[in-house]
Design a protein around this ligand. Structure first.
Ligand code: ZN
Length: 160
């Protein structure tokens, strides 16, 4: 065996290993134990009006993790799109996804939100002072969504 044959054999073996690792599904970036058999949108897809942009970032996630995010994402969308001075895209998301989606199919959430509804002092655009409707939203739920967005964008940027 020539010295070059050994080098060629090592190169072929390395290419084979690389090909195998490229073909095997990656691990879920959230739990890091299950194989990623879905893609998770980061930020959550529910935050975008219809039609959604084609350039949304997705990251590998297992089905169990991905399913577990749905309610958090919807409540996060509710929080962001029910603000008083929300932009037209936010109003569109509120109408199409929050009012016609989440709130319509979840009487329990509607009841819980109604129980927390209250009025707080607010300065409106133009400087007028008055009372504005306010809701109490679970802080932990919002932090879970924000942490997941940061985790996903970090993975998207650095692949780790
Ligand atoms: Zn997972």
């Amino acid at each position: 065996m020539r010295e070059d044959d050994g080098l060629l054999e090592r190169q072929v073996n390395q290419q084979g290993k690389r090909r195998r690792s490229e073909k095997s599904p990656p691990l879920c970036i959230y739990c890091r134990t299950a194989k990623a058999d879905t893609r998770d949108h980061v930020p959550p897809e529910v935050l975008f009006p219809i039609p959604k942009p084609s350039t949304l970032v997705t990251v590998p996630a297992c089905r169990a993790c991905n399913r577990g995010f749905q309610k958090d994402d919807e409540v996060f969308a509710l929080l962001l799109t029910s603000l008083l001075e929300v932009n037209p895209q936010g109003r569109s998301v509120f109408r199409s996804k929050v009012a016609e989606g989440l709130l319509k199919r979840s009487p329990k959430l509607r009841k819980a939100l109604a129980a927390t509804m209250h009025f707080r002092p607010h300065t409106f655009p133009g400087g007028q002072q008055g009372l504005a409707p306010a809701l109490l939203i679970e802080r932990d739920r919002m932090l879970r969504v924000l942490r997941r967005i940061v985790r996903g964008l970090f993975w998207h940027e650095y692949r780790c």
